[in-house]
Each structure stands twice: as C-alpha cells, then as structure tokens.
Design a protein around this ligand. Structure first.
Ligand SMILES: *Cc1c(COP(=O)(O)O)cnc(C)c1O
Length: 394
C-alpha cells in the first residue's frame, strides 16, 4: 500500500510523498532543478537518483502523491496528458491489438488512436461506452486488450458505469483504463471500482490554476488480467525509454495544486449546481447537460460512483450555431478559451474550438453546444454575466 493510505483524501493530498526535508525542515518539497546526481563511487546512488529523465525527487513526490490519491500502487508523471496516454498505449499494446474507444472521447485521445496508433498497427472500435452491451459487442475476443473509458465525457457529460465495464473488460481478457480528468480522484476513484489504470490531464483540475501542462498515469495495486500483471513495470520502463516526463517545476506546480483539490472541487460543484439551475430556468436554453440532473441519462450511475457531479456543464441554445458562437464571445467574467479545470471560469464553443478536429467524424458534437468550465469565483457574478450574454445575443 502507498504511504498515508489509511488517512483521508486531503491529508494524503497535503502529505503523501511530501515529508518535510530531513536536512532543512522545509515543509514543501524543493524544486530539484537538476539533471544529474553525484555518485558515491561508481554506482553508489543516493536514494536511487542517477539522471532526471529516469527519476527526479520533485517528480517522485508528485508520483507518490498521485498514487496515494487514486489508491494505486504506482504513479507516473508526464509532460502532458497525451504523453501519458501515448505511454500507456505503447507500453501495453503491440501491432495487431485492438482497443474499444468511447464515441465522445477527448478529441486529442481520439486523434492519438486514429492518426498515431492506427498507422502503427493498433486498431480501434468506437462505441458508446454509456451502453455496457454496446461495449461488450465491440470487444473482439482475443484481440481487444484495452477498454478505454472517459467519465464524465467531454463535452456532453456522458457517464460510463466503471464497475460494470471493468467486469466486461476483464471477462474478455482486456484492461479497463479510465481517463479521470473531469472527475478528479476527489470525486471518483476508478481503481476502487475495478479499473486497472487511471489517467489524468493534470493540466486541468489537478493543477487547477491554468499555469501548467502535465499528465499522470496510476496503476492499480494488482492487475490480474493475463499478460498485464507487470503493467506498472512496463509503464515505468517506457516512461524512461520514451522520456516524455514532467519537468521539476511542472511537477511542483501540480503538487501544489493537489493540496487544495478537495476544497476547489467542492466550490466548483457548488457553483456548477447553481449555474445549472439558472440555465434550466431560461426559455432560450434548449438542453442542459449535467450528470447531477435527475433527467440526465447517466444520473443513477454517476450518483453511485461519484461523490458529487463536478464543475463541467454544457448546454444548447435557441438560434443555432451562430447564436452559440455569439454567446461565447459576449461574456466578460467568463473567459473565452480552451482547456478547463482552473479556478477561473471558461466558456467555449466545442464545435469550432476543442472539438474542431472531430468534425465530420462519429465524434462530431452539436453545433449549438456551449461548454462551461465553472470556476470558483462568486457564483452571482458568473450567473449575471451569463444572463447578460444570453440577453445580448437573443
Ligand atoms: C485535456 C485532456 C486530455 C489531454 O491532456 P493534455 O494535458 O492536454 O495533453 C485528455 N483527456 C481529457 C479528458 C482532457 O480534458
């Protein structure tokens, strides 16, 4: 078990991997901005540190903290979310293997499977992962090695039943890998529901301040799918061999962000719930997508596997694509921009921005959709600004 495994979430976020420095008593891990380490005689490594691609103390602190927060055996920190996902794909798959990919996967993940992994020989089938039977049908017995899940999904906030999909994947001899970026380990812990691997874009909520790009992979205590028992060792080997590691300062920023993850997520959720209630009261809003709503198709599953429902909301407006684009350009407290999960509220038009790369594919999103990353500002200001933008563009 990882360090502090018997303590609460925020205690782990603040202390796991981060004992005060034995020499100085500094309560925060140092930024070890260093590439190499003095050896005490050839091969006499202090603490195992040899070269910072292989290991760096600031990165180690983050990796231990991530593993403790997700309840896994080992954590790995990468230069970006996609670098972590690429490392998972190339560590665990070989040409000829097959993956089941969600129909509303993050656009960059889909591009990685479609434009990078596929030419390399890894095939995929796109399916609605909200439908357990559809996933079962998409699996190719003996060939499918990973069932890839994102929940909630981006940008439509679809929900996948992690426990049910873990069973389906394992029956077929495949791993269940979950992108937990939207939920964060505070709201949802996929490994405790049977998943084998959890991934994050730490750029988003884990970092939480829109000041760093990073990724994380955490592997479960025990992976029992035949052929994958050594999954953590394979990822460790590839992390070093391919080298897409988080730098010391980036690792430090994510570690700093994690300390306040729980309090930030609670405020993101409080504010999102109020913004959702406001949107539901508008005649010019035709649909609101939020898993906390009882009418949301994934509500029951979300209520079972999530602590709360998160800070991401999307909605559709009357007036079609042009109105949606106009609303995105008419706010002042909400910043028009890509990405999500920071303390500041963001608004964007997925069809033309984050999801432009999936236009014309099975992953295309509605043209009148607006996505919100609800920040932790005063919610009355957020609602007044949205109301003004909707009124101005009516
Ligand atoms: C942003 C994001 C990624 C990609 O992470 P990067 O840090 O941008 O490489 C993957 N999955 C989800 C759900 C994301 O939101």
């Amino acid at each position: 078990m990882t360090e502090h495994s018997d303590t609460g979430f925020s205690t782990r976020a603040i202390h796991a991997g981060q004992e005060p420095d034995p020499q100085t008593g500094a309560v925060v891990p140092a930024i070890y901005q260093v590439s190499t380490y003095k050896q005490d005689g050839v091969g006499g490594l202090r603490g195992g540190y040899e070269y910072s691609r292989s290991a760096n103390p600031t990165r180690t602190a983050l990796e231990e903290c991530l593993a403790a927060l997700e309840g896994g055996a080992r954590g790995f920190a990468f230069a970006s979310g996609l670098a972590g996902q690429d490392t998972v794909i190339r560590s665990l798959l070989t040409p000829g293997d097959h993956v089941v990919v969600p129909s509303d996967a993050y656009g960059g993940t889909y591009r990685l499977f479609n434009k990078v992994a596929r030419p390399w020989g890894v095939e995929h089938t796109i399916t609605s992962i909200h439908d357990v039977e559809a996933v079962r049908a998409a699996i190719r017995p003996g060939q499918t090695r990973i069932v890839w899940v994102e929940t909630p999904t981006n940008p439509l906030l679809g929900i996948a039943d992690i426990a049910a999909l873990a069973e389906v994947a394992h029956e077929a001899g495949a791993l269940l890998a979950v992108d937990n970026t939207f939920a964060t380990p505070y709201l949802q812990q996929p490994l405790s529901l049977g998943a084998d691997i959890v991934m994050h874009s730490t750029t988003k909520y884990c970092g939480g301040h829109s000041d760093v790009v990073g990724g994380a992979v955490v592997v479960a205590e025990s992976v029992s799918v035949p052929g994958f028992e050594d999954a953590a060792d394979r990822i460790a080997f590839h992390q070093n061999s391919m080298g897409a590691v988080a730098g010391p300062f980036d690792a430090w920023l994510v570690l700093r962000g994690l300390k306040t993850l729980a309090v930030r997520m609670d405020r993101h959720c409080d504010n999102a719930e109020k913004v959702v209630a406001f949107l539901q009261g508008r005649d010019d809003v035709t649909a609101v997508h939020y898993p906390g709503l009882e009418g949301h198709p994934g509500h029951a599953v979300a209520a079972k596997q999530m602590r709360r429902f998160g800070g991401m909301v999307s909605f559709q407006v009357t007036g079609g694509e042009q109105r949606a684009v106009d609303v995105c350009g008419a706010t002042s407290v909400w910043t028009l921009g890509e990405s999500l999960g920071g303390v500041e509220s963001l608004i964007e038009h997925p069809g033309r921005m984050t999801h432009a790369s999936v236009a014309g594919t099975e992953l295309e999103v509605p043209a009148d959709l607006i996505r919100l990353s609800v920040g932790i500002e005063d919610v009355d200001d957020l609602i007044a600004d949205l109301a003004a933008a909707l009124d101005k563009t009516a």
